[in-house]
Design a protein around this ligand. Structure first.
Ligand SMILES: [Fe+2]
Length: 268
Protein backbone atom coordinates (compact mmCIF):
# COMPACT_ATOMS: atom_id res chain seq x y z
CA UNK A 1 0.00 0.00 0.00
CA UNK A 2 1.43 3.38 -1.03
CA UNK A 3 1.48 6.24 1.47
CA UNK A 4 -0.97 8.91 0.31
CA UNK A 5 -1.68 12.51 1.30
CA UNK A 6 -5.09 14.09 0.93
CA UNK A 7 -5.04 17.88 0.85
CA UNK A 8 -8.68 18.59 -0.01
CA UNK A 9 -11.48 17.48 2.31
CA UNK A 10 -13.94 18.68 4.92
CA UNK A 11 -13.28 16.17 7.67
CA UNK A 12 -13.29 18.51 10.67
CA UNK A 13 -16.57 17.97 12.58
CA UNK A 14 -19.30 20.63 12.42
CA UNK A 15 -17.32 23.57 11.00
CA UNK A 16 -18.74 23.71 7.45
CA UNK A 17 -20.91 21.47 5.25
CA UNK A 18 -18.53 18.54 5.76
CA UNK A 19 -18.48 16.03 8.61
CA UNK A 20 -21.43 16.45 10.97
CA UNK A 21 -19.92 14.93 14.12
CA UNK A 22 -16.77 13.56 15.73
CA UNK A 23 -18.10 10.03 15.16
CA UNK A 24 -18.49 10.73 11.45
CA UNK A 25 -14.97 12.24 11.24
CA UNK A 26 -13.43 9.21 12.94
CA UNK A 27 -15.34 6.86 10.63
CA UNK A 28 -14.11 8.83 7.58
CA UNK A 29 -10.52 8.85 8.83
CA UNK A 30 -10.54 5.13 9.58
CA UNK A 31 -11.59 4.63 5.97
CA UNK A 32 -8.77 6.99 4.89
CA UNK A 33 -6.16 5.10 6.93
CA UNK A 34 -7.32 1.81 5.37
CA UNK A 35 -6.36 3.28 1.96
CA UNK A 36 -2.85 4.22 3.09
CA UNK A 37 -3.59 7.91 3.70
CA UNK A 38 -1.10 9.15 6.32
CA UNK A 39 -1.72 12.92 6.23
CA UNK A 40 -4.91 14.89 5.74
CA UNK A 41 -5.10 18.64 5.22
CA UNK A 42 -8.57 19.72 6.27
CA UNK A 43 -9.66 22.44 3.86
CA UNK A 44 -12.55 24.26 5.50
CA UNK A 45 -14.67 26.40 3.17
CA UNK A 46 -13.33 29.95 3.56
CA UNK A 47 -15.37 33.08 2.71
CA UNK A 48 -17.87 30.88 0.87
CA UNK A 49 -21.51 32.07 1.02
CA UNK A 50 -22.37 28.75 2.72
CA UNK A 51 -20.20 29.60 5.78
CA UNK A 52 -21.04 33.31 5.86
CA UNK A 53 -22.41 33.24 9.41
CA UNK A 54 -19.84 30.80 10.85
CA UNK A 55 -16.60 31.53 12.67
CA UNK A 56 -13.99 30.38 10.15
CA UNK A 57 -10.92 31.87 11.82
CA UNK A 58 -7.44 30.36 12.07
CA UNK A 59 -7.64 30.17 15.87
CA UNK A 60 -10.93 28.25 15.85
CA UNK A 61 -9.87 25.84 13.09
CA UNK A 62 -6.49 25.30 14.78
CA UNK A 63 -8.26 24.41 18.06
CA UNK A 64 -10.71 22.06 16.32
CA UNK A 65 -7.84 20.39 14.45
CA UNK A 66 -5.96 19.83 17.71
CA UNK A 67 -9.08 18.28 19.27
CA UNK A 68 -9.61 15.95 16.31
CA UNK A 69 -5.93 14.92 16.37
CA UNK A 70 -6.26 13.98 20.03
CA UNK A 71 -9.33 11.84 19.28
CA UNK A 72 -7.49 10.19 16.37
CA UNK A 73 -4.51 9.40 18.59
CA UNK A 74 -6.80 7.97 21.28
CA UNK A 75 -8.51 5.79 18.67
CA UNK A 76 -5.09 4.68 17.30
CA UNK A 77 -5.88 5.92 13.78
CA UNK A 78 -2.46 6.64 12.22
CA UNK A 79 -3.21 9.95 10.47
CA UNK A 80 -1.85 13.47 11.01
CA UNK A 81 -4.32 16.31 10.44
CA UNK A 82 -3.14 19.66 9.08
CA UNK A 83 -4.86 23.06 8.95
CA UNK A 84 -5.92 24.44 5.57
CA UNK A 85 -8.75 26.04 3.63
CA UNK A 86 -10.59 25.94 0.33
CA UNK A 87 -10.87 29.62 -0.52
CA UNK A 88 -13.93 30.80 -2.38
CA UNK A 89 -12.95 33.09 -5.26
CA UNK A 90 -13.66 36.74 -4.60
CA UNK A 91 -11.63 39.63 -6.02
CA UNK A 92 -10.03 40.09 -2.55
CA UNK A 93 -7.61 37.13 -2.72
CA UNK A 94 -4.55 39.40 -2.60
CA UNK A 95 -5.74 40.55 0.83
CA UNK A 96 -5.36 36.95 2.05
CA UNK A 97 -1.70 36.36 1.14
CA UNK A 98 -0.63 36.63 4.80
CA UNK A 99 -3.68 34.81 6.18
CA UNK A 100 -2.40 31.65 7.93
CA UNK A 101 -5.61 29.78 7.19
CA UNK A 102 -5.99 30.67 3.50
CA UNK A 103 -2.74 29.10 2.26
CA UNK A 104 -1.23 25.62 2.36
CA UNK A 105 2.43 24.54 2.44
CA UNK A 106 4.00 27.44 4.32
CA UNK A 107 2.18 30.04 2.27
CA UNK A 108 3.15 28.52 -1.09
CA UNK A 109 -0.24 27.35 -2.36
CA UNK A 110 -3.87 28.52 -2.24
CA UNK A 111 -6.72 26.10 -3.04
CA UNK A 112 -9.38 28.14 -4.84
CA UNK A 113 -12.94 27.20 -5.78
CA UNK A 114 -15.56 28.89 -7.95
CA UNK A 115 -19.31 28.57 -8.17
CA UNK A 116 -20.24 25.70 -10.54
CA UNK A 117 -22.07 28.04 -12.92
CA UNK A 118 -20.06 31.25 -12.78
CA UNK A 119 -16.37 31.93 -13.29
CA UNK A 120 -15.85 35.71 -13.27
CA UNK A 121 -13.55 37.38 -15.78
CA UNK A 122 -11.69 39.07 -12.91
CA UNK A 123 -10.15 35.72 -11.90
CA UNK A 124 -7.45 36.02 -14.58
CA UNK A 125 -5.94 39.18 -13.12
CA UNK A 126 -6.36 38.10 -9.50
CA UNK A 127 -4.71 34.70 -10.08
CA UNK A 128 -1.87 36.38 -11.98
CA UNK A 129 -1.31 38.77 -9.08
CA UNK A 130 -1.26 35.87 -6.61
CA UNK A 131 1.31 34.06 -8.73
CA UNK A 132 3.47 37.18 -8.86
CA UNK A 133 3.22 37.38 -5.06
CA UNK A 134 4.70 33.86 -4.82
CA UNK A 135 1.47 31.95 -4.22
CA UNK A 136 0.54 29.23 -6.69
CA UNK A 137 -3.24 28.95 -7.13
CA UNK A 138 -4.58 25.40 -7.16
CA UNK A 139 -7.86 25.32 -9.09
CA UNK A 140 -10.21 23.03 -7.18
CA UNK A 141 -12.31 20.54 -9.18
CA UNK A 142 -12.52 22.34 -12.58
CA UNK A 143 -14.35 19.30 -13.99
CA UNK A 144 -17.39 20.37 -11.95
CA UNK A 145 -17.60 23.84 -13.51
CA UNK A 146 -20.07 24.31 -16.35
CA UNK A 147 -17.67 26.47 -18.43
CA UNK A 148 -14.96 23.79 -18.28
CA UNK A 149 -17.43 21.03 -19.11
CA UNK A 150 -18.27 23.03 -22.24
CA UNK A 151 -14.68 23.94 -23.14
CA UNK A 152 -11.67 22.25 -21.65
CA UNK A 153 -9.33 24.95 -23.00
CA UNK A 154 -10.03 26.87 -19.84
CA UNK A 155 -7.90 24.31 -17.99
CA UNK A 156 -5.01 24.97 -20.38
CA UNK A 157 -5.41 28.72 -19.78
CA UNK A 158 -5.06 28.19 -16.01
CA UNK A 159 -1.96 26.04 -16.52
CA UNK A 160 -0.42 28.62 -18.84
CA UNK A 161 -1.09 31.20 -16.14
CA UNK A 162 1.01 29.17 -13.68
CA UNK A 163 -1.87 27.56 -11.75
CA UNK A 164 -2.16 23.88 -10.86
CA UNK A 165 -5.21 21.72 -11.52
CA UNK A 166 -6.85 19.50 -8.88
CA UNK A 167 -9.54 16.97 -9.76
CA UNK A 168 -11.92 15.44 -7.20
CA UNK A 169 -11.47 11.70 -6.72
CA UNK A 170 -15.27 11.35 -6.63
CA UNK A 171 -15.58 12.88 -10.11
CA UNK A 172 -13.18 10.30 -11.53
CA UNK A 173 -15.18 7.50 -9.92
CA UNK A 174 -18.53 8.80 -11.24
CA UNK A 175 -19.90 9.88 -7.86
CA UNK A 176 -20.46 13.54 -8.79
CA UNK A 177 -22.50 13.24 -11.96
CA UNK A 178 -21.87 12.12 -15.52
CA UNK A 179 -20.63 15.50 -16.78
CA UNK A 180 -18.03 15.80 -14.01
CA UNK A 181 -17.01 12.20 -14.64
CA UNK A 182 -16.59 12.65 -18.41
CA UNK A 183 -14.73 15.96 -18.01
CA UNK A 184 -12.41 14.56 -15.34
CA UNK A 185 -11.54 11.62 -17.60
CA UNK A 186 -10.78 13.97 -20.47
CA UNK A 187 -8.53 16.14 -18.28
CA UNK A 188 -6.69 13.03 -17.09
CA UNK A 189 -6.34 11.63 -20.58
CA UNK A 190 -4.73 14.90 -21.70
CA UNK A 191 -2.61 14.86 -18.52
CA UNK A 192 -3.71 18.40 -17.67
CA UNK A 193 -4.03 17.58 -13.98
CA UNK A 194 -1.29 17.56 -11.33
CA UNK A 195 -3.30 16.78 -8.21
CA UNK A 196 -6.23 14.69 -7.01
CA UNK A 197 -8.05 15.41 -3.74
CA UNK A 198 -10.83 13.41 -2.14
CA UNK A 199 -13.00 16.46 -1.31
CA UNK A 200 -14.54 14.10 1.27
CA UNK A 201 -17.59 15.53 3.05
CA UNK A 202 -19.13 12.54 4.87
CA UNK A 203 -18.90 8.82 5.54
CA UNK A 204 -21.46 7.89 2.89
CA UNK A 205 -21.53 9.11 -0.70
CA UNK A 206 -18.62 11.55 -0.42
CA UNK A 207 -16.03 9.71 1.63
CA UNK A 208 -12.25 9.45 1.13
CA UNK A 209 -11.77 7.52 -2.11
CA UNK A 210 -8.28 8.60 -3.09
CA UNK A 211 -6.75 5.14 -3.53
CA UNK A 212 -9.41 4.08 -6.08
CA UNK A 213 -8.93 7.30 -8.07
CA UNK A 214 -5.14 6.81 -8.11
CA UNK A 215 -5.72 3.23 -9.22
CA UNK A 216 -7.88 4.54 -12.10
CA UNK A 217 -4.93 6.76 -13.18
CA UNK A 218 -2.55 3.82 -13.03
CA UNK A 219 -4.78 1.58 -15.12
CA UNK A 220 -6.00 4.12 -17.71
CA UNK A 221 -3.02 6.51 -18.02
CA UNK A 222 0.18 4.98 -16.62
CA UNK A 223 2.12 4.31 -13.47
CA UNK A 224 4.44 7.31 -13.91
CA UNK A 225 1.52 9.75 -14.11
CA UNK A 226 -0.15 8.19 -11.06
CA UNK A 227 3.10 8.40 -9.08
CA UNK A 228 3.48 12.07 -9.98
CA UNK A 229 -0.02 12.73 -8.64
CA UNK A 230 0.99 11.06 -5.35
CA UNK A 231 4.30 12.95 -5.12
CA UNK A 232 2.73 16.31 -5.98
CA UNK A 233 0.39 16.13 -2.96
CA UNK A 234 3.46 15.67 -0.76
CA UNK A 235 5.05 18.71 -2.41
CA UNK A 236 1.94 20.80 -1.73
CA UNK A 237 1.94 20.24 2.02
CA UNK A 238 5.72 20.69 2.18
CA UNK A 239 5.59 23.92 0.17
CA UNK A 240 7.84 22.57 -2.60
CA UNK A 241 7.57 23.87 -6.20
CA UNK A 242 5.68 21.81 -8.78
CA UNK A 243 6.55 22.47 -12.42
CA UNK A 244 3.83 20.90 -14.51
CA UNK A 245 4.57 19.51 -17.91
CA UNK A 246 1.44 19.52 -19.97
CA UNK A 247 0.57 19.00 -23.57
CA UNK A 248 0.22 22.60 -24.67
CA UNK A 249 -1.03 23.49 -28.10
CA UNK A 250 1.12 25.45 -30.58
CA UNK A 251 1.47 29.16 -29.92
CA UNK A 252 -1.77 30.84 -30.99
CA UNK A 253 -0.98 34.46 -30.25
CA UNK A 254 -2.86 34.32 -26.97
CA UNK A 255 -0.08 33.07 -24.71
CA UNK A 256 -0.62 34.49 -21.27
CA UNK A 257 1.38 37.28 -19.77
CA UNK A 258 2.53 34.82 -17.07
CA UNK A 259 3.92 32.41 -19.68
CA UNK A 260 5.76 35.22 -21.45
CA UNK A 261 7.15 36.59 -18.19
CA UNK A 262 8.07 33.21 -16.74
CA UNK A 263 9.96 32.15 -19.87
CA UNK A 264 11.75 35.49 -20.01
CA UNK A 265 12.63 35.41 -16.31
CA UNK A 266 13.21 31.65 -16.34
CA UNK A 267 10.64 31.06 -13.58
CA UNK A 268 8.99 27.72 -12.94
FE1 LIG B 1 -14.08 21.06 -1.16
Amino acid sequence: MTDLIDFHNHVLPAVDDGSKSLEMSLSMLRHAADQGITDVVNTVHYQHPKVETDDISYDRIFDETKKLQLSLDNASIPITIHVGAEVFFLPNLMDLVDCKLATIGNGKYMLIEFLPHYIPESQKKVLFNLKMAGITPIIAHPERYRDVQQNIDMVRDWLRAGCLIQIDAGSILGQLGSKAEATSHEILKLQLCQLIGSDAHDNHRRNFCLADAIEYCKSTIDEKFANEIITNAKKVISGIDISPEFGDEPYDGNTSLWSKLSSRLNLG
